[in-house]
Design a protein around this ligand. Sequence first.
Ligand SMILES: Cc1cc2nc3c(=O)[nH]c(=O)nc-3n(C[C@H](O)[C@H](O)[C@H](O)COP(=O)(O)O)c2cc1C
Length: 368
Amino acid sequence: MHPHLFAPVLIGTLDLPNRVIMAPLTRARSGPDQVPTALMAQYYAQRADCGLIVSEATAVDPLGMGWYGAPGLYNPEMVAGWRVVTDAVHAAGGRMFAQLWHMGRLVLPDYLGGDLPIGPSAIAGEGETMAPPPPDYTGGFLPMKPYVVPREMDQADIDRVVASYGAAARNAVAAGFDGVEIHGANGYIIDQFLQSKTNLRSDGYGGEVSNRARLLREIIEVVAAQVNPGRIGLRISPTSERKGMGDEDPGALAETIGQIAGEFGIAYVHLIEPIAAGFMEKPRHPVMDRLRASYAGAVIQNGSFDAATADAFIAAGQADAVSFGRPYIANPDLVERMREDRPLAAANFDYAYVGGGCGYTDYPRYAG
Ligand SMILES: Cc1cc2nc3c(=O)[nH]c(=O)nc-3n(C[C@H](O)[C@H](O)[C@H](O)COP(=O)(O)O)c2cc1C
């Protein structure tokens, strides 16, 4: 079934046996010190037969870390923890990139000893997010708190963010990852600079779209000093308006991002452009054609795909590979289920971010 989805492909300098990509999924099973755990190694190894695993979002700097139980990649303990994960994935025959993440304005002060988070402009994210657990926490749902107005970043803040991406990329190599994916999507710091609604700066990092993309360009440059560009991906969501995001011209933004990705010759752009509403809204004005026109590298598409739609998109040249997020939660054997056209199991989202092994490593393979 689905011959295009299961055809091998070269993405950057990495040979993939199929075009099924495991999308990055925050599951918050690290220790409270943000160090990856043996349970995470088991979870990823269960899913290693896909073309490429993109890790859950992984913090590059404590200032960009605002998700209880999410992992980091900014100290030796984290590198050692991730090494156990990448070894397990490689032993199972897989390939894995680290998704490098800085949350910018979306970090609650609770994670920063009461300090304000940083952002391109003093505009709060819309909505609320999980606060760290109270001292008597024994598991279960975390308290929710609204996002706050961040402190507008000065040049030193920007330089620190850029440098932290370079250091995390170096750590990703030391931890045995096959490459890195720069998280430029979903309203986090790079996206906050890229999109016009959240970037009101009047310096060289704001205003016209090439300026708003300056932080991204600087980050790719420092990451490319540590990792072969053929092993660098970039994730973007230029049409997403969640958490108070918005851009005056997402098509022009996608085109500019494509040009920059092409200049550096990175392996792929991972575009979140849902083909049906679900985890995110379906965009009113899709940008895939503008991205393709400005970027000759591989495009991984994401958002509400199944095996049939993924196969059709690849056949039509609308994607080189397709990533699957929610389907991977309850289907460790997603590749086999899609190839054999078997039914998919439904995830229990109560355990998306809590629960230890429950709702994480205990989903069975298809038994017929
Ligand atoms: C539980 C959960 C955690 C997620 N964590 C991340 C993440 O860490 N990084 C990221 O870029 N996207 C994250 N996403 C978004 C997914 O990668 C993906 O874009 C989204 O689920 C849509 O794809 P799907 O329709 O195949 O699920 C997450 C989504 C879910 C449901």
